[in-house]
Design a protein around this ligand. Structure first.
Ligand code: KG4
Ligand code: ZN
Length: 340
């Protein structure tokens, strides 16, 4: 079975082909970062228009790079939510339309499910069950993953997602959009002992998160700090340390509460070096293991959609001819993927 995957939930058009026997045949990404950077954040209408412009040429490129033609595709998977509705609709309409035209089944994919399955594309994949820490621009979730499609939500952010907190704090520090990678880079030259930020919601039981206070903390610290580069780096360092520590504390708690020792971290923020290092130390301390996607598959991409689509199509699932996109979509509403 060979599946075409289409991702258009936000500001990246991602296309890939996954083959049951050979794995990933080809993948390509068009990032809209430069286009949105001028506005300091994603402009939804511009995002949709750009997906419309890019999607077909990118699909042609990927088929060409995979040395296959449309006739070699046995199924089409597209992100149907959660995300920006106009952006999603572009991928959903094209994906459903192609599947109809090619007379192959189509499958709607939950964007966060695809993120959590992304480490399964690597050579040494995690085994089920595991705990997934999903840290992206729109979501921060701790999920108990029993098997594909069988998810129990353990915790989530009450306000800003981790990536959103990175991006907003980066903006305060005068870094561009998206600020996560730039803020992480600045933090590398920051000193760890100059400022100390709180570790939100770690003092009481529970696995939920709250990151919006850290952004305010960064703002108040910045207002009192001298106007120089070292101070900005020190604030960046204190912020990153606080976010990473908080995520690690909650992962440890989730491992203790569930008894599971396999951890998966995925989503854009899981590309962060410090987070990867600290989760690795946590796993060693707990006698467990941690798995990450390769950095390019931490952020949005078509490969994870093609793979999630392959699992569901292989299990016999498919969408009717009608289609829909969902700006909001809870993961625990998904159906379990039964093996063949
Ligand atoms: O998963 P993703 O590509 O998109 C969503 O589904 O939202 O995540 C994007 C988020 C952005 O907030 C971006 O700033 C953040 O991931 N990000 C990072 C890093 N790379 C991307 N945050 C911290 N450190 C990084 N290295
Ligand atoms: Zn994402």
């Amino acid at each position: 079975m060979r599946v075409l995957g289409i991702e258009t939930s936000c500001d990246e058009t991602g296309i890939a082909v996954y083959d049951e026997e050979q794995g990933l045949l080809a993948h390509a990404l068009h990032s809209q970062v430069d286009m949105h950077a001028v506005y300091g954040g994603v402009v939804p209408e511009l995002a949709s228009r750009d997906h419309v412009r890019r999607i077909i040429p990118l699909i042609k490129t990927v088929l060409h790079e995979a040395h296959i033609s449309a006739r070699d595709i046995n199924g089409v998977a597209y992100t149907a939510g959660p995300g920006l509705i106009g952006a999603l609709l572009t991928g959903v309409a094209v994906g459903r339309g192609l599947a109809y035209g090619w007379e192959v089944p189509a499958i709607a994919i939950h964007h966060m499910e695809a993120h959590l399955l992304a480490p399964l594309l690597e050579v040494n994949p995690p085994r089920f069950p595991f705990i997934a820490l999903l840290v992206s621009g729109g979501h921060t979730l701790l999920v108990q993953v029993n098997q594909p499609g069988d998810y129990k939500l353990l915790g989530e952010s009450m306000d800003d997602a981790a990536g959103e907190a990175f991006d907003k704090t980066a903006k305060l520090l005068g870094l561009g959009y998206p600020g996560g990678p730039a803020l992480s880079a600045l933090a590398e030259s920051g000193r760890p002992d100059r400022y100390h930020f709180p570790r939100p919601m770690t003092g009481k039981p529970g696995l939920d998160f709250s990151f919006s206070g850290l952004k305010t903390h960064a703002l108040l610290t910045l207002e009192k700090a001298p106007d120089d580069q070292q101070s900005r780096a020190d604030i960046a360092r204190a912020f990153v340390d606080a976010v990473v520590d908080t995520l690690v504390i909650k992962c440890r708690r989730a491992m203790e509460e569930t008894g599971l020792r396999t951890l998966v971290a995925a989503g854009g923020v899981s590309a962060n070096r410090q987070l990867r290092e600290q989760l690795t130390s946590l796993a060693i301390k707990m006698g467990g293991e941690v798995y990450f996607p390769r950095p390019e598959f931490c952020t949005d991409n078509g490969a994870m959609i093609a793979y999630a689509g392959y699992l569901r199509l292989k299990a016999g699932q498919q969408e009717p001819l009608s289609f829909s996109a969902r700006a909001r979509w809870k993961m625990d509403e998904l159906s379990v993927v039964r093996g063949p």
